[in-house]
Write a protein that binds this ligand. Structure first.
Ligand SMILES: O=C(O)c1cccc(C(=O)CC[C@H]2O[C@@H](n3cnc4c(=O)[nH]cnc43)[C@H](O)[C@@H]2O)c1
Length: 225
């Protein structure tokens, strides 16, 4: 393979622009960055459309990345820090029962977790300083300490929650492609407090992280493909 082609799916245009800033100028790999929309369903639809279009044009992607800001579980993922998913899990895809939440997999359907390539996650974590761990995908932003505690009780390895990773991962899986999720923490997961958001700091951290991706992806391209 001559050059690795990467599709980065963010939710909104400010995230897309933060990632694209890191790719300004000639780089050793081709990356397209799209604002795929907020939430897992729109993210999945937009990502799948982009992947199919590229494949039909004879320029398929080799890797898909979900990226953007996220809520960080405290104290493991402080505001401004970076997280890379070693597990992308849909945390609210299931059924509420008298005995608690049951994931769809236990109801006999589908999947709730996608796992990014282990060595790539390890090498990107080392290159960017991102902490590896589970990143949850939710359709409703957590707004209470009780909900944050319940999520952590069900997912003790969770470092962050966001709203698109699982949708992007489902689209990648439908195309047989590996997926990553890289998030910069803009707010703590927990009680709603808009004064605690640090979106600018998180976007800066996102640009810095993507600026460090190239050598790792090149080496992955040569050795793991
Ligand atoms: O209104 C609120 O209280 C509130 C709190 C945090 C985030 C939001 C959003 O609408 C942003 C959704 C957008 O950003 C990602 N994101 C950022 N922080 C979180 C979070 O704590 N939980 C889930 N998603 C978050 C998400 O991926 C969306 O793209 C509103």
């Amino acid at each position: 393979m001559s050059s690795v082609r990467v599709l980065v799916a963010t939710a909104v245009p400010v995230e897309r622009d933060a990632v694209a800033r890191a790719f300004a100028g000639d780089g050793p790999f081709a990356a397209d960055v799209i604002a795929a929309g907020v939430g897992p369903a729109l993210a999945a639809a937009s990502t799948a459309t982009a992947l199919t279009t590229a494949a039909l044009h004879g320029t398929p992607y080799h890797l898909v990345v979900s990226a953007g800001i996220a809520g960080g579980f405290q104290p493991e993922a402080p505001v401004g820090s970076l997280v890379i998913a070693d597990e992308i899990t849909a945390a609210d895809l299931g059924a509420e029962t008298p005995d608690g939440f049951v994931p769809v997999t236990e109801l006999g359907f589908g999947t709730v977790t996608h796992r990014p390539p282990e060595t790539l996650v390890r090498d990107l974590a080392a290159a960017t300083g991102a902490r590896p761990g589970a990143v949850l995908t939710v359709s409703t932003v957590t707004g209470t300490a009780e909900r944050a505690a319940a999520l952590r009780a069900r997912h003790p390895r969770a470092l962050a929650e966001a709203m698109e990773g699982f949708g992007v991962a489902e689209a990648a899986a439908a195309h047989g492609l590996p997926v990553l999720e890289i998030r910069a923490v803009s707010n703590p997961v927990g009680p709603r407090d808009r004064t605690a958001w640090r979106i600018g700091d998180a976007l800066t951290a996102l640009t810095e992280a993507f600026g460090k991706l190239a050598p790792v992806l090149e080496s992955w391209n040569q050795h793991d493909q």
